[in-house]
Design a protein around this ligand. Structure first.
Ligand code: ADP
Ligand code: MG
Length: 204
């Protein structure tokens, strides 16, 4: 079972991954966006770990809803509200139980990803974070490791896509041949989940 400590650890590991990969995310965003994705994610996740360390919410749902609220209030640009919605909706779906099963998390994450699709109006194949998140949420029903692999493959699959949403869509054909920054950061987020899962005994 996964408790508040597990979800707190997920966010801490995600913040570290975002710090490590910030330059790479910015590089990807400079090719098909405005070169702020690394900084956006760093600022957002630093604020998330700060508020979680300070408030230490007691349930999985409360950890994710607080993290999501914090992302929305600290990250400008498209990705803040989208990632904020992902975590908030997922947290809301987990309710106020002190522990949840990996299966409950998989279902909740599916609802979170659906909320991202609704907010941004994007779908699979539009070259956005959804191309990593949709397959990851589905694979999470199998295992943390399957989710990590699906997210990585989903991010890589954005390279030949033409962007149909967000800033990259302004480039039209010229967005082809570059990996989407948001799909890449989503793969980091899911990788962090798998890493937290490994520390938890790898169960899913
Ligand atoms: P901005 O585009 O405002 O500079 P970021 O650079 O932080 O914001 O984030 C860009 C990422 O946001 C993109 O790579 C893409 O994955 C994601 N994104 C943008 N628009 C949408 C959308 N409508 N739906 C889903 N994801 C989106
Ligand atoms: Mg940007």
């Amino acid at each position: 079972m996964l408790d508040a400590g597990f979800f707190h650890r997920w966010m801490t590991v995600a913040a570290a991954a975002v710090n490590r990969e910030a330059d790479h995310l910015t590089e990807l965003d400079s090719a098909i966006g405005d070169a702020d994705h690394g900084a956006n994610m760093q600022r957002g996740f630093a604020a998330v770990t700060e508020v979680l360390d300070r408030e230490a919410p007691h349930t999985p749902g409360a950890v994710l809803t607080l993290a999501g609220r914090q992302l929305i209030s600290t990250v400008g640009g498209a990705s803040g509200p989208l990632y904020g919605t992902l975590l908030r909706r997922t947290g809301k779906a987990l309710g106020d139980e002190p522990e949840v099963s990996p299966q409950q998390l998989a279902e909740a994450l599916g609802l979170g990803v659906a909320a991202v699709a609704q907010l941004g109006g994007a779908q699979a194949g539009d070259k956005t974070m959804l191309d990593a998140l949709l397959p990851a949420a589905e694979a999470l029903a199998t295992s943390f490791d399957a989710a990590r692999k699906a997210a990585d493959a989903g991010a890589l699959a954005t390279v030949p896509m033409r962007a149909r949403k967000g800033r990259a869509s302004y480039l039209g054909e010229r967005s082809i041949g570059h990996q989407d920054p948001g799909a890449t950061s989503s793969a980091l987020l899911i990788g962090a989940l798998a890493e937290a899962g490994d520390a938890n005994g790898g169960e899913a």
